[in-house]
Design a protein. Structure first.
Length: 212
């Protein structure tokens, strides 16, 4: 078994210490950080995402797998930065103003990071102005907006309107999700994408960057 495949399998089982040790071992054996990232960490997290979509694993398993991925990333990030290796792209993610729910947002963030995309997490109860400022500051290409309440759904539209007002709406793809949100609502507010679950969101984000 290749060491990258071993990293992928340990990640899927949520074995953070094993992933860290194997990533270090792979580097010592001369495997490039990019190869470890794509063939080990991202490959493993993609499998977790596919299993999550098929209801073969559930939120707790995704969370521990993501923790293992982050353990590996902590070792790779400094090396990749010094080597000039850039992420696939950047996404700003948050739960909109008035909404304090974060489990769905956190799942989406982990799944998107699992595709090699850098996530700027603004947290919960985030104003449209804060989203616009983050997009400009980080040069993000995607905005992911979560709303878990019917009373806060309008916050997603407020962000779209704020992006338009700031003159940067055409520079970003807006993705929306959350329990009360559906495709019809996404179309009504001018969002680019609606997905039903975190794994689908990650696939859609990756597709945006790959131009699919």
């Amino acid at each position: 078994m290749s060491i990258c495949l071993e990293i992928s399998e340990k990640l899927q089982k949520g074995r953070s210490k094993d992933v860290s040790a194997l990533v270090t071992q792979a580097l010592e054996e001369g495997v490039s950080p990019q190869t470890i990232l794509s063939e080990g960490l991202i490959a493993g997290m993609s499998i977790v995402g596919e299993k999550f979509q098929r209801n073969e694993v559930f939120v707790p398993e995704v969370l521990v797998a993501a923790r293992a991925m982050n353990a590996g990333l902590a070792i790779l990030r400094p090396l990749m930065a010094s080597a000039g290796i850039k992420p696939l792209g950047k996404a700003v993610i948050c739960t909109v103003a008035g909404d304090m729910h974060d489990i769905g947002k956190n799942l989406v963030k982990m799944m998107i990071e699992g595709q090699g995309i850098e996530c700027i997490d603004l947290g919960v109860d985030v104003t449209p102005e804060a989203v616009v400022a983050a997009v400009i500051e980080h040069g993000a290409q995607i905005v992911c907006l979560s709303a878990l309440l019917t009373t806060t759904m309008s916050g997603q539209k407020d962000v779209v309107d704020a992006l338009v007002a700031a003159g940067i709406r055409d520079q970003v793809k807006v993705m929306v999700g959350g329990a009360p949100v559906n495709q019809q609502y996404a179309d009504e507010i001018g969002a680019d994408c609606y997905t039903l679950d975190a794994a689908s969101a990650a696939q859609a984000a990756k597709a945006f960057f790959e131009g699919n």
